[in-house]
Design a protein around this ligand. Structure first.
Ligand code: C2E
Ligand code: MG
Ligand code: MG
Length: 648
């Protein structure tokens, strides 16, 4: 019977089975396996892993130390063995070929348990080793000395050991030297590990820096270069131009048309998907050396280098627009989109990249104004235009305070009798240098800059004041005043409060005030608009829909909003007498309005024929040059007086 002392933990079993296979046929060996403390053992094994040294190639720095140990101790065998959980693996060795041995039959497994130099002077006389297969069989080890390799945490990772085929001893000097060499081995292991950690952390830092750098120069959503990177490349192109006189490049400023509509109707997720799809589409239309960047929102910019002439840039725009004719399939829906593009070439001597970009932006803006889904190449006329606008913007800020605004009044006439029922207040700007400026030349700037708010309230106050004065002057008449409300003004939270205050101040009864609002204002935000319209109605004012037929022109929504009156846009009225279609549209609109119990004013009435047609259609009110152009206060008063005398 074989007596085998097996530790209760079963992990020894493998080793034991293996060891049994090494026993000779008489099975007379007794094996005493080393017993270590499981808790320390797991820490030790984990620590060893951190050195990342197991199963690595031989290294001179370790081989030199093994050689030195063998030399000092004058042994034929020496090794640096690392004790893995169930094997002894040799980082360096002299005098044998095995790369690893099962842990429990190695001498080192005992050496690491005692944290000190273990010397076995004769293995055959030591109970622990007398039956060891390495002792009783080849290579017949009779002498062993091993110093544990203790790491800074006090854990033994393995040993530096020397072995011999003869029983023998080590002198004190040899023992001392062997301990020193073992310390060197440990130092070497530490160095090696620190170097690895260092290399790893450098690589990690490099990677994080790379990511940071990438993020600083790229747009998160589309991963395209951002404005910063674009401007850097543009600056480089400008520098190159200084050296190469004929170097031609272009900046394309791109804005999606009606992107807000996609976002509002299909949601931000689809909006984002569209931006990404556009990004990929733009990339696919460019050469690798060109740059396409996203500036945020729905704005993109392209830098085209090495061009022959402007047609190269136009060609690129053509390619992009061709691709955009196909719909994008996003979230199961087909989304069509178009872009407006501004092109600026470096044919002007630009000093700063911002200037080139600004001009491309100006050209893009022009493309938008001219109807979208198109491109415009920047020219100096545009520059002058922008300059004028800028100057206007500045002086408009002060126009209100300097009392440069005027109101002209255009009569609204009861068509049946020709009597004036009221006036529309139309603002004018009496510019000190440029003379009279009409709304078309400053209302949109005022909208963009927000100056429309003070301008709008000024008009309201002045119009109400004037009407009140006329009411007192002509008490026999109940004239009304129509005032235009702009988009921005309509969306002011305190609009109702402001209007009611103005009515109070001027002493005008709210029922004489008619507020003109265009359909585009309503359609931009129908829910919010409805709330506002109802509040204005509560105030007692009438609501007139202005320029009907020019915007969304959806007849179906008309009944959803509390309008009292429809102003049919001049474009229909002016063509009515020459174009049968327009006459039919006007007829349909008047019928519709009547069915909805809404009154109608025909705008831009210029000819007697139009008047006759409108009368035949039973249109109630008219406004236009046929009766009068917008006029100053005095002329308006004369018109009222005349109108009164006519009706008498
Ligand atoms: P609107 O509200 O549709 O005003 C009517 C415009 O048509 C006026 O132009 C008027 O002069 C013009 N008009 C009237 N009858 C005829 C005609 O028979 N033939 C022709 N060719 N034109 C006619 P105006 O005064 O230049 O105003 C243009 C637009 O500016 C107005 O269109 C209105 O939308 C805006 N606007 C005018 N004053 C103000 C204001 O105080 N505030 C705001 N927010 N907008 C204003
Ligand atoms: Mg109007
Ligand atoms: Mg109008």
């Amino acid at each position: 019977m074989t007596k085998v002392f097996v530790d209760s933990s079963s992990y020894y079993l493998d080793t034991v089975v293996y060891t049994l296979s090494l026993l000779d046929s008489e099975k007379r060996f007794k094996l005493i396996p080393p017993v270590d403390i499981p808790e320390v053992e797991s820490k030790r094994a984990e620590a060893l892993l951190h050195y990342q040294v197991l199963d690595t190639a031989p290294e001179d720095s370790f081989d030199d130390l093994t050689g030195l140990a063998a030399y000092i101790c004058q042994t034929p065998i020496a090794a640096i063995g690392l004790t893995d959980s169930n094997r002894q693996w040799f980082k360096s060795k002299i005098g044998f070929v095995a790369q690893e041995e099962p842990r429990d039959i190695t001498f080192c497994a005992y050496a690491i348990l005692q944290n000190e130099l273990l010397i076995v002077r004769d293995t055959l006389t030591d109970e622990r080793f007398a039956t060891n297969p390495f002792v009783i069989r080849d290579p017949h080890i009779r002498f062993y000395a091993g110093v544990p390799l203790i790491n800074p945490d006090g854990l033994a990772l393995g040993t530096l050991c020397v072995l011999d085929h003869e029983p023998r001893d080590l002198s004190n000097e040899q023992q001392k030297a062997l301990r020193i060499v073992a310390l060197q081995v440990m130092t070497q292991l530490e160095l090696r590990r620190n170097l690895k950690v260092l290399k790893h952390s450098i690589a990690h830092r490099k990677q994080s820096e790379e990511i940071l750098r990438h993020n600083a120069f790229h747009d998160r959503l589309t991963n395209l270069p951002n404005r910063v990177l674009f401007m850097e490349r543009l600056a480089r192109a400008l520098k190159l131009k200084k050296r190469r006189k004929n170097y031609l490049f272009a900046v394309l400023f791109i804005d999606l048309d009606r992107f807000k509509l996609v976002n509002d109707s299909l949601g931000h997720m689809v909006g984002d998907q569209l931006l990404v799809a556009i990004a990929r589409c733009l990339e696919s239309c460019l050469r690798p050396k060109d740059t396409v960047a996203r500036f945020g929102g729905d704005e993109f910019a392209i830098l085209l280098k090495n061009l022959q002439d402007v047609n190269d840039a136009i060609g690129v725009v053509g390619r992009i627009q061709e691709q955009l004719k196909l719909p994008f399939k996003l979230n199961g829906q087909e989304v069509f989109t178009s872009i407006s593009v501004g092109i600026a070439l470096n044919t002007i001597d630009y000093e700063r990249p911002e200037d080139l970009l600004r001009d491309a932006d100006t050209a893009m803006y022009r493309a938008k104004t001219l109807g979208k889904a198109r491109y415009e190449v920047f020219n100096s006329a545009m520059h002058d235009h922008v300059l004028t606008l800028l100057q206007l913007e500045n002086s408009l800020q002060r126009a209100v305070e300097r009392l440069e605004l005027r109101i002209q009044y255009q009569p609204i006439v009861f068509l049946e009798t020709g009597k004036i029922t009221g006036f529309e207040a139309l603002v004018r700007w009496q510019h000190p240098d440029r003379g009279l400026i009409l709304p078309k030349d400053f209302i949109s700037i005022a909208e963009e800059t927000g100056v429309i708010i003070p301008v709008g309230y000024w008009v309201l106050r002045e119009a109400c004041r004037q009407l009140r004065a006329w009411q007192l002057q002509f008490p026999e008449n109940s004239l009304t005043i129509s005032v235009n409300l702009s988009n921005k003004q309509f969306l002011q939270a305190d609009l109702v409060t402001q209007i009611s205050q103005i009515l109070q101040e001027t002493g005008l009864d709210s029922r004489y005030l008619k507020l003109e609002i265009t359909e585009s204002v309503i359609m931009e935000n129908p829910e919010a608009a409805t709330v506002m319209l109802l509040q204005l109605k509560d105030l007692g004012c009438e609501l007139h829909m202005d320029d009907f037929g020019t915007g969304y022109s959806s007849l179906s929504y008309l009944h959803r909003f509390p309008f009292d009156l429809l102003k049919i846009d001049r474009s229909f009225i002016s063509r009515m007498d020459v174009n049968g279609k327009d006459l039919e549209i006007v007829r349909a609109l008047i019928t519709l309005a009547r069915n909805l119990n809404i009154n109608v004013i025909a705008e831009g009435l210029e000819t007697a024929e139009q008047l006759a047609q409108l009368r035949a259609l039973q249109c109630k009110y008219g406004q236009g040059y046929l009766f009068s152009q917008p006029v100053d206060q005095e002329v308006a008063e004369a018109l009222i007086a005349k109108s009164l005398s006519r009706s008498v």
